[in-house]
Design a protein around this ligand. Structure first.
Ligand SMILES: *[C@@H]1O[C@H](CO)[C@@H](O)[C@H](O)[C@H]1NC(C)=O
Length: 389
């Protein structure tokens, strides 16, 4: 991602967005679920040296290199071991780059999907959680901890945190016979970990977002069976939530970038506010999503930040872009490394992403009390006797 900003033809975008605008279901979680049922991120996953989710990503992972293969393998094993109900596929492409002469560099996007078990895949509209996993070619040794190792780990935490509740919800729906496999639109969830976001030399339309460009183009033309609710794979993306440059201690507010997805920004901002009020955040951060009260009729940005969503937006996909307007000071320097992450901030973002995904998938009522909080409430009973209350 980069500072180069492109003017968009706002009127065209606005017209398209009005045509596409439809109200999507979304149901907030109860405080009880958030406090006692949803798994909270912890150092076992987010320690920069030993964290199960984060640490393996904090290595150079330039497309086509051994580091890239290792990180991809880490993702594959995560889904295989922790989320076996998910389907993992790849979308591969190759491209020449300004730094590799006539050699074609390979790009591998990872796509992990979970749909209701009875649903035909062409009838499923999906929440997509997206980050890029490649790191910059230069400077040598560049890690890209905020860009975007930490966002990848946040997404991994979020989908694992809601997986059991998804199972319970879909089991319940099947048991009640409240599914109509032929006609109903179904809601699924998908993770896109994209390759080749960074430019090899300097950002241009052809030297950047290699993986995203290839994927959007391919999905625009990949058709579902003729009787499906959605026509193409691209149409099946209900919302494209892109996380980028998150996880440092600086106070870097995120604007509501797109008029079309402002409704989803508002939901996430409300979730953020609730987590802060419930004292569940560990970081010293202030509000990340301050434009909650912006009206749909207020002015929105007149430019789009260059990032993986560009080829998707250009094809009419709704995008929630979670990137600060001012970038972290370590951005694109050798200092964007593990040590410059603020782990409480990374964990808070992981938590918020999980809440957003759970609310989007309407999972209230399907989380079990987690053992840790049961133990805590038992301890409380021991400490405070009825007389004292
Ligand atoms: C894409 O690349 C991955 C990783 O190298 C590989 O495992 C997979 O088989 C490839 N898929 C296709 C369809 O070529």
């Amino acid at each position: 991602m980069r500072y180069c900003l492109r003017e968009m033809r706002l009127t065209t975008l606005l017209l398209i967005s009005l045509l596409l605008l439809h109200v999507l279901a979304y149901a907030p979680l109860s405080d009880d679920t958030i406090l006692n049922r949803l798994a909270q991120p912890d150092t076992a996953d987010f320690d920069i040296h030993t964290g199960n989710l984060l640490a393996p990503i904090l290595i150079p992972r330039v497309p086509g290199t051994e580091g890239s293969r290792k990180v991809l393998q880490h993702f594959v094993e995560f889904f295989r071991n922790s989320l076996p109900a998910w389907t993992v596929t790849f979308q591969n492409s190759t491209s020449k780059t300004p730094t590799h002469g006539d050699n074609e560099v390979p790009f591998v996007n990872l796509i992990a999907t979970r749909d209701p078990p009875w649903a035909a895949s062409g009838n499923v509209g999906r929440l997509n959680l997206v980050a890029h996993y490649d790191s910059k070619y230069q400077p040598e040794g560049f890690i890209g901890a905020t860009d975007s190792a930490a966002p990848c780990a946040m997404i991994m935490h979020a989908v694992r945190a809601i997986d059991a509740a998804l199972t319970r919800k879909w089991d319940t729906m099947q048991a009640q016979g409240s599914t109509d496999p032929d006609f109903d639109e179904q809601k699924g969830i998908q993770v896109l970990l994209l390759d080749g976001e960074e430019a090899f030399r300097s950002w241009t339309a052809t030297d950047s977002i290699y993986g995203a460009r290839s994927l959007a183009e391919e999905w625009e033309h990949t058709m579902h069976p003729a009787t499906s609710i959605y026509k193409t794979f691209l149409d099946s993306i209900e919302l494209f939530v892109l996380l980028d440059l998150l996880g440092v201690s600086e106070d870097l507010p995120i604007p509501s970038w797109q008029h079309t997805s402002h409704w989803s920004y508002v939901h996430m901002a409300e979730a953020e506010l609730r987590l802060r009020k419930l004292n569940l955040f560990r970081s010293k951060s202030r509000t990340w999503l301050p434009e909650k009260d912006k009206k749909e009729t207020d002015g929105f940005q007149s430019y789009v930040m260059q990032d993986d969503h560009i080829p998707f937006i250009a094809r009419g996909v709704q995008v929630l872009h979670l990137i600060p307007a001012r970038f972290p000071s370590v951005w694109h320097t050798i200092n964007d490394d593990a040590e410059h992450l603020d782990i409480p901030t990374v964990e808070d973002w992981a938590f918020l992403t999980a809440v957003f995904a759970a609310e989007y998938m309407e999972l209230e009522g399907f989380f079990e009390q987690n053992p840790a909080s049961q133990m805590m409430s038992r301890d409380d009973d021991d400490l405070i006797s009825k007389d004292e209350l």
